[in-house]
Design a protein around this ligand. Structure first.
Ligand SMILES: Nc1ncnc2c1ncn2[C@@H]1O[C@H](COP(=O)(O)OP(=O)(O)OP(=O)(O)O)[C@@H](O)[C@H]1O
Ligand SMILES: [Mg+2]
Ligand SMILES: [Zn+2]
Length: 285
């Protein structure tokens, strides 16, 4: 097999890359329900469509979404000889989620240390297969999961997802300040539900107000990487386990995700290379 040309790039505080994961991309938001999981699933598929080897770690311990969105459902991971778990595969994306490991609702009673432990275990005990990018779908806000990630997990870059409402924009500040404080670079802002596209006649209007993503990007000096419409079939595709990028590969929405993927790849490629991470040589017996 040929080695991918995508390199491992530096993370915060000199944290070294994990074996078999070249770059970790965190997808975060201040407010819940703004579309992090939808953006994560579609961006993962767009990166894969561009030839990268991609994984998704669902870090939302209390409300995992990726088993549904990536179409894996309630399958269970198989245990491998070295006590690792094989990631589940959805549309070619390697994934791990608490949703594959415990019954629904079990994790809802877990406290901080258990949640933090579960996240690190899912990351380190999964036999990821030579990932160029691992996307981490975070829960909303700045709680235990985000803290664990900041301290223990080497993040190459982060995306902040928001909707145009003022309240969501206010919450971007929290996510922004958190990443700043812990030294994690941000690639930029993704504005979701920027305009509503009517499924009957196709006309668009900015029902939540316009220009919010732009304002945020300027205020924090971050690029506005993408503006996605609020569109019925984006939800329908995600809920049916076939996100838009695979359900409608030639659509306008897919084009937005492909553009986003290009920008994210360019952002990462522009960062310093981390030379400490060489994959172990493959020995042919
Ligand atoms: N652009 C969009 N158009 C239509 N529906 C969308 C869009 N983006 C997300 N949705 C829908 O909105 C709901 C919330 O999206 P999603 O689960 O991705 O948000 P989230 O930020 O991950 O939420 P949480 O904070 O609960 O993790 C889902 O039902 C999803 O299908
Ligand atoms: Mg989510
Ligand atoms: Zn209409």
């Amino acid at each position: 097999m040929t080695e991918s040309i995508i390199k491992s790039h530096v993370a915060q505080n000199g944290l070294k890359p994990l074996p078999n994961i070249k770059n970790i991309i965190a997808v975060a938001s201040g407010k819940g329900g703004v579309g992090k999981s939808t953006v994560t699933a579609n961006l993962a598929l767009a990166l894969a469509a561009q030839g990268a080897r991609v994984g998704v770690l669902d870090a939302d311990i209390y409300g995992p979404s990726q088993p549904l969105m990536l179409g894996v459902g309630d399958k269970r991971p198989t245990a491998l000889e070295d006590k690792k778990m094989a990631p589940l595969i959805g549309h070619g994306i390697q994934t791990m989620s608490i949703g594959y490991l415990v019954e629904a609702d079990t994790a809802t009673i877990w406290r901080g240390p258990m949640v933090s432990g579960a996240l690190q275990q899912m990351l380190k005990d999964t036999a990821w297969d030579k990932l160029d990018y691992l996307l981490v779908d975070l829960p909303p806000g700045t709680g235990d999961i985000q803290l664990t990630m900041a301290q223990k997990i080497p993040v190459t870059t982060a995306l902040v997802v928001t909707t145009p409402q003022d309240i969501a924009l206010l919450d971007v500040r929290k996510a922004y300040n958190m990443f700043r404080k812990v030294g994690i670079d941000m690639a930029g802002v993704v504005e979701n539900m920027a305009t509503h596209t009517c499924s009957e006649c196709g006309h668009s209007e900015a029902i939540f107000g316009s220009g919010g993503g732009d304002r945020i990007a300027r205020q924090y000096d971050l690029p506005l990487l993408a503006q996605l419409p609020l569109q019925l079939n984006i939800r329908e595709h995600a809920d049916s386990g076939k996100p838009t990028v695979v359900a409608e590969p030639d659509s306008a929405v897919t084009k937005i995700f492909l553009d986003l993927a290009t920008k994210v790849q360019a952002n990462i490629a522009a960062k310093k290379v981390d030379h400490s991470s060489k994959f172990p040589p493959i020995v042919v017996a």
